[in-house]
Design a protein. Structure first.
Length: 317
């Protein structure tokens, strides 16, 4: 009986010691840390690309701190507890490309020189998001269809630090090639006397000597979701008048904007005789519980190129 009592006491002591230690260990002490190696390819879901060799789960602290591009595609959502893209010193410039709808409760930090790029128009959901100075969020450039935009849902806080950027300028519907109309619902028309500017929230500007061809206004003024349209092309185009992209943010906590969110249409350039029309501004749509900060939001239309004889029209905002 004495021996049994001694064993019971020793087991109880071991349990108590473990319980006391757990009170003082940090909450993530038992979370796995996974680092990207890219040993096999650029696929997030390939375990051979991680150290240790396993695909991240919702319990893992994930680090991608190399000069690499990591791609996420397919119907399976990524998982992590935390994701650090890049490093605090800005020594690396990784890119994470998201090509399908994702939903994770994890927290994301985009460090200096790191880039988070959305290659879909479907919503991406995070627990919280911080973009540090010189960090970048963007989406893929569109052509004639609304295929790509920044469409984020953040359950907690979203912090866009001073010097950080959400960049969608010139990523909307494409401007026209030489003597071609632009793309998108508010496209500018080439009329034989220069290219007209595209419209979006407002109408575009007509080209020189032509009372028609300017892009029409479209989309909602209070809940915009579409891309900016492309201006018409003139001759000898150096820069097309591509429309601005779209940034749609839904934030359950506080959205702090001390950086810049841009979705401007491009100013066209070039043209020896016929100028090109400017692209229209895109969309910046914020649906947030709380808004703070002193940053910049811009979705302006681009200017038309002067041309030699027939200037192009400007894009609408």
């Amino acid at each position: 009986m004495a021996a049994r009592r001694g064993r019971a006491v020793s087991l109880l002591s071991a349990w108590a010691l473990g319980f006391i230690c757990s009170l003082f260990l940090p909450g993530d002490a038992f979370a796995a840390g996974l680092s990207w190696t890219g040993a096999s390819d650029g696929n997030w879901f390939n375990a051979a690309n991680w150290s240790p060799a396993q695909v991240p789960t919702s319990a893992d602290q994930v680090i991608i701190d190399s000069n690499t591009t990591v791609s996420v595609a397919g119907a399976t959502s990524i998982s992590f507890a935390t994701l650090a893209l890049g490093d605090a010193a800005g020594n690396f410039s990784p890119t994470l490309r998201l090509s399908a709808a994702e939903s994770t409760g994890g927290s994301v930090v985009v460090h200096p020189r790191a880039k988070l790029q959305q290659d879909t128009n479907q919503q991406i959901a995070f627990g919280s998001l911080s973009v540090m100075p010189a960090g970048l969020l963007t989406h893929t450039a569109n052509s004639s269809a609304r295929s790509f935009l920044i469409n984020l849902s953040v359950a907690g806080n979203f912090d866009l630090r001073a010097g950080a950027t959400i960049a969608a300028s010139g990523l909307g519907y494409a401007g026209g090639g030489q003597y071609q109309n632009g793309s998108g619902p508010g496209y500018g028309t080439f009329s034989g006397a220069g290219g007209a500017g595209a419209g979006h929230g407002g109408a575009g500007g007509r080209s020189a000597l032509t009372p028609y061809g300017a892009g029409i206004a479209y989309d909602s003024l209070t809940d915009p979701t579409d891309l900016g349209s492309g201006g018409a092309g003139g001759d000898n185009i150096a820069v097309r008048g591509d429309g601005g992209g779209a940034v749609i943010l839904q934030v359950g906590g506080t959205l702090t904007i001390d950086g810049a969110i841009t979705a401007n249409g491009l100013t066209a350039s070039g043209g020896s005789t016929y100028g090109s029309g400017g692209g229209s501004g895109g969309s910046i749509n914020l649906n947030v519980a709380n808004l703070a900060g002193s940053g910049i939001l811009s979705a302006n239309g681009g200017g038309g190129s002067p041309g030699g004889t027939y200037p192009g029209g400007g894009g609408g905002g």
